[in-house]
Design a protein around this ligand. Structure first.
Ligand code: NDP
Length: 399
């Protein structure tokens, strides 16, 4: 059916590549392009026996001209951006210049400010409309599936949703005292930033990790959850009509929080460049270099993730609650694609989103967040491609 250019060759990209290769009717041909081409070649070597034709390329995606040249050479139907958020705009510019559809899993961030906002990418809306191409923003799990869950809840269960609590639990244990499950730089920037939640039309800021609760997760049990700012709240606040409150919660263990506080207190999580032996270095980038590579956690991680959303609202004048979630097992993911569940739960939705565009189920000109598309074919695909979901109609609420 089509050709996808996959940019990036890290933890998430590896899952996207595996899943595209499991789905050769849709992904007849892929090109894996990244800064370190040896990682692309290693992926190709692993998967070359399948039906999907694979090529690789060396690419600096910070350079729009390089991306344009590769698109012109490979002629993909869609670009799947699973590099880092810093590359979103240069890749979108290249898609505009070549009139190719675009999908990513994280909103653009400028390198020097940890700001999680869609404004830079939403500014491309008109240009994408005029070019007649589709951009799907934030199509991982959160953001991503959480937006699809929200559109599904709205379509099938509610007249009005008043409150959304997004709950992201990782009960995986990799055996290291401290490591992050996806790119450490991106992960730590997110966690050390101020928290926020949406209430009555505005975002209310909190100190980092200021608000904590305990939640008893299905199949995982009691976990400490902390309120974070998370990018999908911004689009859901606009796209779920009548919404009054949105909160995002993530689990962290005591051990993780203690390590993080120490690293923060000694300045290792700062993104301000410092002088070190005659050269400028960013402490957080140095920390990333000494922490375990998230891709290496796969074989060591045991346990499950549970990510889902609790909705409160009304249907036919009656109050209603609804919880929809996916439970994913780290070891099962590793067995299937050689990655842990965090990469898996991000990479599978990225493949599905690209499939939706190629199959023209999610094809309209402009720049969209996932909740702006029909959730039904995507929900069906989640069950088929490794992320089955479960529903509860009287869940325990987060207080
Ligand atoms: P990794 O650090 O493992 O991989 C990033 C990849 O991008 C690496 O292969 C890296 O190359 C490549 N890259 C970086 N800069 C460039 C560049 N300028 N040009 C070309 N390639 C480049 O990250 P993850 O796989 O863990 O994360 C990928 C994305 O997924 C991130 O944007 C992250 O925020 C997002 N994500 C989204 C989630 C969601 O649920 N929505 C959850 C988890 C992650 P090199 O090997 O040379 O470093």
């Amino acid at each position: 059916m089509g050709k996808a250019l996959i940019i990036g060759a890290g933890g998430v990209a590896s899952v996207v590549v595996h899943k595209c290769c499991q789905n050769p009717e849709v992904f007849e041909e892929i090109c894996i392009a990244s800064r370190t081409v040896s990682k692309c070649d290693a992926l190709k070597e692993k998967l070359k026996e399948g039906k999907t034709k694979i090529s690789t390329a060396s690419l600096d995606a910070d350079n729009t001209e390089e991306v344009i040249a590769l698109i012109n050479q490979f002629k993909p139907d869609i670009v799947i951006n699973v590099a880092l958020p810093y590359q979103d705009l240069t890749i979108m510019d290249a898609c505009l210049a070549t009139k190719v559809d675009y999908l990513d899993t994280a909103n653009y961030e400028p390198l020097d400010t940890a700001k999680f906002e869609y404004k830079w990418q939403w500014a491309y809306k008109e240009k994408f409309e005029k070019a007649g191409i589709t951009a799907v923003l934030g199509c991982g799990f959160d953001p991503g599936v959480t937006g699809v869950f929200s559109a599904f809840a709205m379509k099938h269960y509610f007249d009005e949703i008043k409150q959304i609590d997004i709950l992201d639990a990782n009960a995986g244990d990799h055996g290291y005292p401290f490591a992050t499950n996806f790119n450490p730089e991106i992960n730590i920037r997110e966690i050390t930033a101020n928290g926020s939640y949406f209430e009555k039309g505005q975002f209310i800021e909190t100190e980092p990790l200021e608000i904590k609760r305990v939640y008893n997760f299905p199949e995982i049990g009691n976990k400490d959850i902390y309120l974070l700012h998370h990018e999908e709240m911004e689009s859901l606040a606009l796209n779920i009509k009548g919404i009054e409150k949105i909160r995002f919660w993530m689990t962290f263990s005591e051990k993780y929080i203690t390590h993080l506080r120490v690293l923060e207190n000694v300045g290792m999580t700062s993104i301000e460049p410092i002088d070190f032996e005659g050269q400028k270095i960013v402490p957080l980038q140095f920390l990333k270099a000494v922490l375990p590579d998230p891709a290496s956690l796969g074989p060591r991680t045991k346990g499950k993730t549970n990510i889902g959303c609790i909705y409160q609202g009304t249907k036919n004048g009656e109050d209603k609650t609804y919880y929809v979630y996916n439970v994913c097992d780290h070891e099962e993911c590793y067995k299937e694609v050689g990655s842990q569940a965090i990469s898996y739960t991000t990479g599978v939705p990225a493949m599905i989103g690209a499939m939706m565009v190629l199959q023209k189920k999610w094809k309209k000109p402009g720049v969209f967040n996932v909740e702006e598309f029909d959730p039904d074919p995507f929900m069906e695909a989640l069950n088929k491609w490794g992320l089955p979901w479960k529903e509860e109609f009287a869940p325990t609420l987060v207080d």
